[in-house]
Design a protein around this ligand. Structure first.
Ligand code: ADP
Ligand code: 5GP
Length: 208
């Protein structure tokens, strides 16, 4: 099987439950998770180095200048970026890494890592999204409006993803995303070297 780890990109509308689903994937299935840097303020309960590395705009721009991100993007009023070193170390060590990032970042990753897996998480409808965003209670009305507007724009990007998973029942969603990843890892085109090796071993004459 392939020795290098894969990048698993999870995107979705703000409030669709990506963070909750990703947490479940890490806890239940042991995926490695990239922690992004951001210039937004921590939400209540968020800790520096756990949900995000919280940076000032100057610190963030400095990291861009030093090639510290494999991708970065602006989302609503803030910058977000994926630190390079952790991701490269993990995939070189053969571990699959989840990146929970928005659509511009997802496209950027696909260009750099063509075998990455792009998964879009959504609620079953817009009404459920708004209820979850409001229910989370972490954003004011104006920010919720901006995020709903951004969701309408992002809906046009769903076609760029390879898989779409509805987050209705949480544990079903977590298991479905894991199945998608496993199925992709078993795909023929991801295992060409391994297939060649197996063919070679099994077609060697003599020692059956
Ligand atoms: P995102 O990371 O996509 O912005 P969150 O993971 O913060 O979204 O989830 C948004 C809100 O929806 C949170 O309050 C979370 O507890 C809730 N939530 C997530 N998944 C589900 C689900 N399957 N059913 C009901 N509520 C959910
Ligand atoms: P939030 O503020 O809700 O935590 O995140 C806002 C958006 O930024 C989400 O869509 C989230 O997936 C995305 N995001 C988080 N980290 C990164 C990152 O490193 N790069 C990019 N491109 N998007 C990110």
């Amino acid at each position: 099987m392939n020795k290098k780890g894969k990048l698993i990109v999870i995107s979705g509308f703000s409030g669709a439950g990506k963070g909750t689903v990703v947490k479940g994937l890490v806890e239940k299935y042991g995926y490695s998770l990239s922690i992004s840097a951001t210039t937004r303020n921590p939400r209540p309960g968020e800790e520096d180095g756990r949900e995000y590395y919280f940076k000032s705009v100057d610190e963030f721009k400095n990291l861009i200048d030093y090639n510290g991100f494999i991708e970065w993007a602006q989302y609503v009023d803030n910058f977000y970026g994926t630190p390079r070193k952790f991701v490269e170390d993990e995939i070189n060590a053969g571990r699959d890494v989840i990146l929970e990032i928005e659509v511009q970042g997802a496209m950027n990753i696909k260009n750099q890592y063509p075998d990455s897996v792009l998964i879009f998480i959504t609620t079953k409808d817009k009404e459920t999204l708004k209820a979850r965003l409001t229910g989370r209670g972490s954003e004011d009305e104006a920010t919720i409006k901006k995020r709903m507007k951004r969701a309408s724009e992002e809906a046009n990007s769903i076609d760029n993803y390879e898989y779409i998973v509805v987050n209705d029942d949480l544990s079903t969603c977590i298991d479905t995303v894991n199945s998608v990843i496993l199925s992709r890892k078993c795909a023929k085109e991801n295992n060409l070297d391994f297939i060649a090796q197996i063919k070679n071993e099994f077609t060697l004459e003599g020692d059956i």
